[in-house]
Design a binder for this molecule. Structure first.
Ligand SMILES: Cc1cc2nc3c(=O)[nH]c(=O)nc-3n(C[C@H](O)[C@H](O)[C@H](O)COP(=O)(O)OP(=O)(O)OC[C@H]3O[C@@H](n4cnc5c(N)ncnc54)[C@H](O)[C@@H]3O)c2cc1C
Ligand code: FES
Ligand code: FES
Length: 1334
């Protein structure tokens, strides 16, 4: 037995004698080796932030295989003989960049940078395997990497430069015209540029730069190991068997030990759910388990340990060799494998593991069962074969395999000429998401006929195990494949496939309808194939064939245009140019430091939160005694340990740091365990026993809060005109409501910090991921009872913030600081993804109830809207968010009589908080919903109703009597109509819809007017400190925080312009409360406005001091000038300050200049829906945005695209589920889907409005961070149009309610048809739902 683990990391040999079976590569890299470039984003394979390349010699292929894997699921013990390459191993800014690193950076593909190393490693691995990839290869490789900032397009743009072939917009299928042939994208105006980056100076791909596979490992791999590898950890023993025989013996000796292979099912359970297996047997090193054997004319035997990427490659080759007829099963499997998980997971996950996990949401079993595959099973007692059938699965996670048995291989047969097989899956997101329902269906016909000889239908996701529609199939055998069979089949399935109301995951009606719809699709597919085989079939309507075409996954590409700087601008002046994000190269090389990358400080401890499991209860007792006795635990802290005040104060609204007597939501922090390391802290936190006494009332939804009249103060109202009079004058009155669900920030970097007490005078330094360092400082000071001057907050950068790191981080900081105070040691807090989602909450759900008066021509004369938001259990920023919703309720429309009331509901959910847009998107969407419905009622195109109601006079007043010019909004609208070819495409869509029964398209265009700045006027201020050193280098400090939006880059551009020095001379180190005090949060799209002006002010002061010297010494270089100034005792440091506008609003009078100015834009999107499944595809989006004179067009386009893609999530796929007990069920990327690459429209065109000015902000620019999120609503309304088209065709009203997000479930249920009617309302289950709409 050996216990020496030998592997390489970035070319360096590691001999690990104390490998911990519970340790994953990610933690090992980050904490033991100090390689922090690889990031933690979720710990469950769901985000790709931890991607690394693992290379191993494969004795079967006799070559070295390079695979991108998720380090968070790769056990260190599995790495014997492997070479690991991380982002640090491929290039660095100190030595040489790898072209992948350079191109993602220079193409503006890195904003916050947290996803960047993972993206780089996915692409790097692809290039190692295929130096000239196709665009499809790139799409496939990046499918398992999430980015919350960029919207993916710039990443693709950077990486596609590695492709040989020039790629187009893939628009050929859409309107028959490729963009590369289309004149409209080639701008003729000379001062407009479409080039955001230049490829000329890109480093060439040089494979000699790559690390070679270590020869020592090659030798090691070729030797017969001959003995077990064994590692004993604190709780788990790991055994890597010597060979197959040894494995079989071990499984007999340890029948309860799981056979771990890819670790993609076991890993997430161990990492996230705390499952422990005292012994684990590793099967990944047994070549026989990965063997593949093609059998002449009968099928293929796939080793159970074959990973899904290899499986796919094998099958693709088989398809090529065998031709279409014999390979129908393989084609179906490949189709599924293409969207099953992401590339990294497919590289790890095995076919055996997929089957034996016995999870009905996993896709392969239903196909393999329909294909009648045989399982080869081995054990110490011998071998046997089993059919993969319904009976094989004996319960959730259970199979007929004995615990001492091993699945050795799977036989997958060829198909015969009269055998047809199809698979279906529908998921929350088309790729990288577990299926909601999957199915495998096979029919065999009597030769040359349409008479069914055999039929097999299997469903996954409709019960605890795989379900066979046995009765249905039996009854349909011997029947001709015709409409009668279809009708009866549907009826039989409806009766046979039943789901209990308590089915985990809910959605029972939708799932039932998918069952029927999938069968219908299968029927149509087979019918078509029979026709192709010249069998006489009837009932094949061409319009119905649209049911068959799956949506094609494409990569986002697009056109951009922005105005060039004037020809007279100095070449060395960077303002207005698309400069690369200042830290992009550091981010792409993994050198950029985020709070959790800071090496641990001597004696550092870790704090883990203990949270409430009840929604509303009295805390009877807290017993931490068991936890305190656990290894490594140092202390438990709760309210009693707070030295100062146990509260976080926000505009006179106190919120408890630790719940003291009563809890008011699940997830509220009650205490925290402090231990030597994070694993110990986590395990101990689980053992803190809290007893509660439930209190009534307890409710969670807006509707319930209305019933209980549970509202926070203040309630707000805005009114213009006389609504009652207006309503009376109107031709028609419309009443309705619109609900918008909440949204999780899902910044890729979870919240956290390190608190380091200095040990002197109560001083403490916090390295914290905060958007509002000054507030964090203040709250920590109050909690500790220490003055702010002793608390210093440092913010280097954030891995995304989006408003989520303003408030809650202050509480986490106060708790961590309390732990540091109590122990006198440094304490780190890094929330796990699930806890982050549970504790910190997100965007407010909103409900708008409206009464509108409108005229025949669509003119709206009066609207009375009451907005309700779900504020959760405490006020946080909810009332300001509601105010912003009200202030945006007019959007770009001049509705003469307009009234909005805003009520924040107090419920027993975690407190909702700021999120990019800050209530704006909700306020805007509800008025857009009103316009949409009025258009429907008037029978007019929605764009016409929008147009007719738009502000168009030269100067207009908003509903809060703020004067503005809508000129640039109207310009955006007109240009957007033009650039998107709106009218032409609308006609095309009508034709498309007329010819496709099951697929429908919709298009929507909206304008936008978005207020910039804080309506709390005092926040509109900025400060900076600029220092020039004797060597001429410049250090800029400012109060904003860099979270990807590029505030530092813009600040450097501004400083460079004023000081007339190159950007490379200027550095921004961090945001620090010690340098710039009392800074406002980086929020409200106001960061650059405030900070930019302050930096400008400071630089101008410095230049004012230097100018006399310049006059005297015009020939001096900058350095000489600086030295001269120093010698003349001229201060080379200056503070800058910007006193922004005194925005305010008088709520009593409904008036006031709430905003500094308005950012305008317009957006047009087209979508296609599948009426049978509810799936949808975003086809094309065009955005025209007015950002004034952009300081940096690349960053601004990045903000537009990134914000829009967050909007895609908000309005179409991101759905939070709460249990009826108020427990958040969606706590990670497995359950909560943010947009992935597949969700971005293949054509995403962004144009920055030219000749736009803004006298109010720095260099005539405009704030842009928040507005684009709202544009996601164009997809929502386009979907609604598409559904309406389907409904009209089916003779239904096109006025129907649809709440946001328009998920697949909602789309399907709104497309009422014969299938939905089979599950009628009154038959639908009414018992306790699995999840509630809050
Ligand atoms: C982020 C993510 C997304 C995913 N998305 C999808 C998806 O969309 N569709 C889908 O179908 N699946 C999906 N999966 C699941 C994935 O396909 C399975 O987890 C994987 O196939 C399991 O294989 P494994 O080798 O990793 O199993 P392991 O985790 O190593 O083992 C799983 C179980 O199988 C047993 N086992 C494995 N091999 C054998 C064997 N040869 N003999 C006996 N017992 C064995 C183990 O003992 C264990 O109980 C996803 C997983 C993740 C993490
Ligand atoms: S951290 Fe590994 S995939 Fe998210
Ligand atoms: S840049 Fe991708 S997550 Fe921020």
């Amino acid at each position: 037995m050996n216990s020496e683990l030998i592997f390489y990391i970035n070319g360096k040999k590691i001999v690990e004698r104390h490998a911990d079976p519970e340790e994953m590569l990610l933690a090992y890299l980050r904490r033991k080796v100090g390689l922090t470039g690889t990031k933690y984003g979720c710990g469950g394979g769901g985000c790709g932030a931890c991607t690394v390349m693992v290379s191993k010699y494969d004795p079967i292929e006799e070559t070295v295989i390079h695979r991108a894997v998720n380090a968070c699921l790769q056990p260190v013990c599995s790495l014997h003989g492997a070479a690991v390459v991380t982002v640090e191993g491929i290039g660095s800014t100190k030595t040489k960049l790898h072209p992948v690193q350079e191109r993602i950076a220079k193409a503006h593909g890195s904003q916050c940078g947290f996803c960047t190393p993972g993206m780089v490693m996915s692409m790097y691995t692809l290039l190692r395997n295929k130096p000239q990839p196709t665009i499809e290869d790139i799409r496939e490789s990046l499918g398992g990497n999430l980015c919350r900032c960029t919207g993916y397009r710039p990443i693709i743009d950077g990486f596609k430069t590695f492709c040989e072939a020039q790629t187009c917009c893939q628009n050929d299928e859409i309107n028959g015209k490729c963009c590369m042939e289309d004149d409209q994208f080639h701008n003729k105006e000379s001062d407009i540029s479409e080039e955001l980056f230049n490829t000329d100076d890109f480093l060439p791909l040089d494979p000699t730069q790559d690390l070679i596979f270590p020869p020592e490992l090659l030798l090691l791999a070729k030797q017969d190991r001959g003995e077990q590898l064994c590692f004993q950890g604190e709780r788990v023993k790991w055994i890597s068997p010597a060979d197959l025989k040894d494995l079989i013996r071990l499984k007999a000796d340890y029948p309860n030990a799981p056979l771990l292979v890819g670790n993609t099912t076991l890993g997430p359970k161990m990492n996230l759910k705390g499952t422990i297996h005292p012994v684990v047997i590793y099967g990944g090193d047994i070549p026989e388990l990965r063997a593949i054997k093609w059998k002449k004319n009968s099928g293929v035997t796939i080793g159970a340990g074959c990973n899904l990427s290899v499986l796919k490659e094998t099958l693709l080759k088989g398809i090529q060799d065998l031709g279409p007829e014999k390979s129908r099963i393989y084609q179906a499997l490949v189709e599924t494998l293409q969207c099953l998980a992401g590339k990294q997971i497919r590289n790890m996950a095995t076919i055996g593991g997929n089957i034996l996990s016995a999870n009905p949401k996993y896709d392969l079993s239903s196909i393999l069962a329909a294909a009648q595959c045989t399982l080869h099973i081995v054990s110490y007692d011998g071998a046997r074969e089993l059919n993969l059938s319904e009976e094989f699965f004996t319960g959730f996670g259970k199979t007929a395999l004995r615990s001492d048995e091993i699945l050795f291989a799977i036989d997958i047969p060829h198909t015969g000429p009269w055998e047809f097989l199809s698979t279906f899956r529908q998921a929350q997101r088309r790729e990288f998401a577990f299926s909601i329902v999957n199915a495998g269906m096979k029919v065999v016909f009597r030769p040359d006929s349409n008479i069914v000889k055999n039929l097999d239908i299997f469903y996954g996701g409709v019960g605890a195990t795989l379900v066979q529609a046995r009765q249905t199939c039996k009854k349909l055998m011997g029947r001709p494949w015709d409409e009668k069979l279809l009708a009866e089949g549907i009826q039989l399935l409806e009766e046979e496939i039943t789901m209990p109301s308590t089915v985990p995951g809910g959605q029972e009606e939708y799932r039932k309808i998918l069952v029927l719809s999938f069968f219908f699709k299968f029927y149509m597919q087979v019918l078509l194939e029979l026709k192709e085989k010249e069998v006489d079939v009837t009932g094949l309507s061409l319009d119905y064939l649209s049911a068959l075409k799956p949506f094609k996954n494409e990569v986002p590409q697009g056109n951009h245009s922005f105005q060039l700087v004037s020809e007279t601008q100095s070449i060395s002046d960077p303002v207005g140019r698309p400069n690369v994000h200042q830290a992009a190269l550091q981010q792409a090389t993994g050198e950029a430091v985020y709070y959790d990358d800071i090496p641990s400080v001597k004696g550092e401890l870790f704090v883990f939160m203990v949270t409430s499991t009840r929604a509303h209860a009295k805390i009877i007792s807290i017993d931490a005694s068991v936890a305190l006795a656990m290894p490594g635990v140092v202390t438990f802290i709760s309210a009693q340990d707070v030295p100062g005040q146990n509260r976080r104060l926000w505009f006179n609204n106190p919120e408890e740091v630790f719940a003291e007597e009563e809890v008011i939501c699940v997830g509220q922090i009650i205490g925290a365990i402090v231990a030597e390391n994070r694993e110990q802290a986590k395990r101990a936190a689980d053992q803190v026993a809290i007893t509660y006494q439930d209190i009534q009332p307890v409710f969670f939804t807006i509707e319930e809060a209305i019933q209980h009249q549970s509202f926070f103060e203040p309630k707000r109202k805005l009114e213009r005109g006389n609504v009652e009079e207006g309503l009376e004058k109107a031709d028609y009155i419309l009443e309705g409501e619109m609900y918008m669900g909440g949204q999780e920030h899902f910044y890729m970097e979870t919240q956290g910090l390190i608190a380091i007490p200095s040990g002197e005078a109560g001083e403490m330094d916090l390295y914290v991921a905060s958007q509002h360092a000054a507030y964090t400082q203040e709250v920590v000071g109050i909690t500790l009872g220490i003055d702010s001057n002793k608390i210093t907050c440092h913010v280097k950068r954030l891995g995304g913030g989006f408003g989520g790191k303003v408030m809650k981080i202050a509480t986490l900081s106060a708790i961590t600081a309390t732990a540091a105070y109590k122990t006198g040691r440094a304490v780190r807090c890094a929330l796990e993804r699930g806890d982050d989602m549970l504790i910190t909450s997100g965007r407010h759900p909103f409900l708008g109830k409206y009464k509108v008066g409108y005229m025949n021509d669509g003119t709206i004369v009066a609207a009375d809207i009451t907005y309700y938001s779900n504020g959760g259990c405490s006020l946080d920023e909810s009332s300001f968010i509601m105010e912003k919703a009200l202030l945006h309720m007019d959007n770009g429309y001049k509705i003469p009589h307009l009234r909005g009331r805003g009520l924040v509901c107090k419920t027993y959910l975690p407190s909702y908080t700021a999120f990019r847009g800050f209530g704006g998107p909700q306020g805007l969407t509800i008025i857009e919903s009103v316009l949409h419905e009025v258009a429907v009622k008037c029978g007019l195109p929605a764009h016409q109703v929008r147009d007719i109601n738009m502000y168009k006079d030269e100067m207009c007043y908003t509903h809060h009597k703020q004067l503005f010019s809508p000129r640039d909004m109207v310009r955006c609208w007109t240009e957007c109509l033009e650039k998107s070819d709106y009218h032409q495409r609308q006609l095309y869509i009508q034709q498309f819809n007329a010819h496709n029964h099951w697929k429908k398209r919709g298009i929507c265009i909206v304008p936008q007017k978005f207020g910039i700045g804080f309506s709390k006027g005092f926040y509109n201020q900025g400060a900076a400190l600029v220092s020039i050193y004797k060597d001429g280098s410049v250090l800029v400090s400012h109060g904003g925080t860099e979270m990807g939006q590029g505030i530092n880059t813009k600040a450097v551009q501004i400083a460079s312009r004023i000081l007339k020095v190159p950007m490379s001379t200027i550095h921004i180190k961090e945001t620090c409360t010690g340098n710039v005090p009392n800074a406002a949060p980086s929020a409200a799209s106001f960061g650059t406005d405030a900070v930019g002006m302050a930096v400008k002010n400071a630089c101008e002061k410095l230049m004012g001091r230097l100018e006399p010297l310049i006059t005297v010494h015009p020939q001096y270089t900058w350095k000489q000038l600086v030295v001269e100034a120093y010698c003349q005792k001229i201060s080379l440091s200056a503070t800058g300050f910007f006193m922004g506008p005194h925005t305010s609003i008088d709520w009593e009078k409904s008036e006031g200049p709430a905003y500094y100015y308005f950012t305008f834009g317009a957006c047009c999107s087209e979508v296609e829906i599948d009426c049978l499944t509810g799936d949808h595809k975003n086809i094309r989006t065009d955005i025209v945005m007015d950002v004034g004179r952009s300081i940096n067009p690349a960053l601004d386009v990045g903000q537009v695209e990134g914000g829009f893609v967050q909007g895609i999530g908000l309005y179409t796929i991101e759905e939070l589920h709460f249990s009826p007990e108020g427990v958040l069920l969606t706590r990670g990327p497995s359950q909560y889907k943010i947009p992935a690459l597949c969700d971005v429209p293949p054509q995403l065109n962004v144009h920055l409005l030219s000749d736009a000015e803004n006298p109010h902000a720095i260099y005539s620019s405009k704030g842009i961070g928040e507005p684009p999120v709202f544009f996601g609503c164009t997809l929502f309304f386009a979907i609604k149009e598409a559904i309406a088209a389907a409904r009209r065709e089916r003779g239904l009203s096109d006025s129907f309610s649809l709440s946001s997000p328009a998920t697949a479930e909602k789309i399907r249920m709104a497309c009422e048809d014969c299938f939905t009617r089979m599950v009628p309302e009154d038959k639908r289950v009414k018992s306790k739902p699995w999840a509630i709409n809050v």
